[in-house]
Design a protein around this ligand. Structure first.
Ligand code: AP5
Length: 220
């Protein structure tokens, strides 16, 4: 199979993490979710975590120069030679340009950008009910994807928590940040002919099936 360098794009709560986990199981490619990486760094109280926390808690993006190096190192690692799945990166035009520059240095390019489209109202509904596994970031929803046992992750048994940035005022700020800084990437990738748009306002399984169909076409 040809190398698959994939980007998951979409507003907060569109289902990037939900779909990313499923594609990761299907494709067995390294899955780099910048939100999970940063939350891990905050938990471990590393320098990266200390820098990132204040931005994350108020729904802002961490500075480009902080996050670009984190992803560039991973893409340049031997585990990513057959491809990767990026979730939450790039999120600004400078980040997209840095990704292009890194990939072109390696003689590679983005294979497909999978845009999961949902409305702002749906985002608010979803994030209000999200429960996240404290240890590994697996996601559930009290109504749409409830765990078998309340408060416990089905996959690894860790406690399920409400993320600090899933509070209503921070959700609104994250949405505003998405529209201002990340949405321009839709046109950026459309112009490069790699954008694939998926209606994310359907059952998670239907979204997965459509993504699988797209990947079967771009990967062949
Ligand atoms: P990050 O963790 O990446 O947050 P996000 O992009 O806001 O995305 P979310 O994780 O909130 O949502 P998701 O799309 O993964 O949806 P999910 O599958 O969980 O980033 C957090 C912060 O880190 C940022 O605000 C920023 O500060 C910083 N950061 C990260 N990357 C950065 C970067 N590159 N540059 C600068 N800063 C960066 O689903 C949501 C809920 O809906 C779940 O409960 C799920 O069960 C449910 N659900 C999913 N799909 C469906 C469906 N089809 N129907 C019904 N419910 C569904």
């Amino acid at each position: 199979m040809a190398e698959l360098n994939l980007v998951l794009l979409g507003p907060p709560g569109s289902g990037k993490g939900t779909q990313g986990e499923r594609l990761n199981e299907d494709l067995r490619l390294p899955y780099y979710a910048t939100g999970d990486i940063l939350r891990g760094a905050v938990r471990d109280e590393t320098e990266l975590g200390r820098t990132a926390k204040e931005y994350m808690d108020r729904g802002d993006l961490v500075p480009d120069e902080v996050i670009v190096g984190v992803i560039a190192d991973r893409i340049d690692s031997s585990e990513a030679l057959d491809g990767f799945i990026l979730d939450g990166f790039p999120r600004t035009t400078p980040q997209a340009e840095a990704l292009d520059a890194k990939l072109s240095e390696l003689g590679r390019g983005v294979t497909a950008v999978l845009l999961i489209d949902v409305s702002d109202d749906e985002v608010v509904r979803r994030l209000g009910g999200r429960r996240t596994c404290e240890e590994n970031g697996h996601v559930f929803h009290v109504e749409f994807e409830p765990p078998k046992q309340e408060g416990v992750c089905d996959i690894d048994g860790s406690p399920l928590i409400i993320r600090d940035d899933d509070k209503p005022d921070v959700i609104r700020k994250r949405l505003a940040t998405y529209h201002e800084k990340t949405e321009p990437l839709v046109a950026y990738y459309e112009a490069k002919g790699v954008l694939e748009r998926v209606d994310g306002a359907r059952e998670p399984g239907e979204v997965t099936d459509e993504l699988r169909g797209i990947l079967a076409a771009v990967g062949s």
